[in-house]
Design a protein around this ligand. Structure first.
Ligand SMILES: *Cc1c(COP(=O)(O)O)cnc(C)c1O
Length: 362
């Protein structure tokens, strides 16, 4: 049996997908060539990209008003592409900060825009709608749907009440993990490497009327409109990543789609939070209950010195990569789409056993 990999990024992939990649690695679709050797202009690869787009559209329910684009550069490139493309004639952008990634996106956007702080959180909770403050002159309102480092997730789509200000979301770490009403968004994006395949691909879903707002000095390869016009091929795309994400999308479909991904995510995270909650003297949690992430469970041993002991014992038990992000320390279990519920159960068993072996000294 493979060990359970709780890595936050890049992350575990479904075993059937990995096997499929292995099985057709030397001879893709009877061509005698590997997918790594296939031209991005070949009819087969063009069909593959079309298929991936169709799958993203049908899984997420993307309406015709929105384009689906495939970019490179990871989520962090979007921190710059969003303001470069969406400011238009405006100069102000509003940011909701709930943790590391939204803070980072806000900082990057300062190169291009005046930032209006719509909410400044400290990585322990999401704001209520009433707490979100947006000026009407803002070109867009940005937030991060799931803060991967802090383990803070929005329970639903925030409603700032600022009609006419497009909503932009970084969904990198909870993409394809629950149904989303795409019509509510001006733009949403996700780097693939958490829930949707290996690193190297970023999916951008953008309302078509927001394409073409970029000013002339925006570089060609950073302009969404160029991706839309070229079928996401303004240059050589990451063909292998597109291929892997297409297999991932097919796997999600075959497992029952996003409602099923959500049910499993709730089940996995419930199992792990319940185990942690049973030992409040051993494991500390900083995130408000209502903002707890289904994807990244972040916790700290009450005795900080036990962190390396926990990691070593967990590793020996076949539970890998549970270290917290280097900036916050502690521990983190990432429970993405490909993590089986049995992985959450194995982790919960380990949490109980570890708490018994290392009770808090009075
Ligand atoms: C991982 C992550 C990022 C950074 O992704 P890169 O592809 O490494 O740039 C940004 N935002 C969120 C929410 C993430 O989880």
């Amino acid at each position: 049996m493979r060990p359970y990999n709780f890595s936050a990024d890049p992350s575990t992939m479904p075993e059937p997908v990995l096997r499929r990649i292995r099985d057709e690695f030397l001879d893709w679709q009877g061509t005698g060539c590997s997918i790594l050797e296939a031209s991005h202009r070949s009819p087969r690869v063009l069909a593959l990209v079309k298929e991936l787009e169709e799958r993203v559209r049908s899984l997420l329910g993307v309406p015709d008003t929105h384009a689906v684009l495939f970019c490179q550069g990871g989520a962090r490139l979007q921190f710059a592409m969003v303001p470069m493309n969406l400011l238009g004639a405006g100069t102000v952008a509003s940011y909701i900060v709930t943790g590391t990634w939204s803070k980072s996106a806000e900082t990057e956007a300062m190169r291009f825009a005046r930032i209006q702080s719509a909410f400044a959180g400290n990585g322990t909770r999401t704001p209520s709608d009433e707490e979100i403050d947006v000026t009407a002159e803002s070109s867009y309102l940005y937030y991060c749907d799931n803060e991967t480092v802090h383990g803070v997730e929005f329970a639903g789509i925030p409603d700032s009440g600022a009609a006419g200000v497009p909503l932009v979301a970084d969904m990198s770490s909870n993409f394809m993990s629950r149904p989303v009403d795409v019509s509510k968004f001006g733009l949403l994006y996700a780097a693939a490497q958490k829930n949707f395949g290996p690193a190297g691909l970023t999916v951008v879903v953008v309302r078509r009327d927001l394409l073409g707002l970029a000013s002339p000095e925006v570089p060609t390869l950073l302009n969404y409109a160029v991706y839309e016009k070229t079928g996401s091929m303004p240059n050589t795309p990451a063909v292998f990543q597109l291929y892997c994400s297409n297999l991932m999308a097919a796997w999600i479909e075959s497992e029952g789609g996003l409602a099923e991904m959500d049910a499993r995510a709730r089940e996995r995270s419930r199992i792990v939070y319940e185990a942690l909650d049973e030992h409040p003297d051993v494991y500390l949690q900083r995130v408000d209950r209502a903002s707890r992430s289904r994807m990244n469970v972040v916790f700290h041993p009450a005795e900080e010195a036990l962190t390396p002991v926990f990691l070593k014992e967990a590793h020996e038990a076949g539970l890998l990569n549970l270290a917290g992000h280097r900036t916050v320390g502690g521990l983190r279990a990432s429970l993405y789409n490909a993590m089986p519920v049995s992985g959450a159960i194995a982790l919960a068993d380990f949490l109980h056993a570890f708490a018994r072996r290392h009770p808090r000294r009075a």
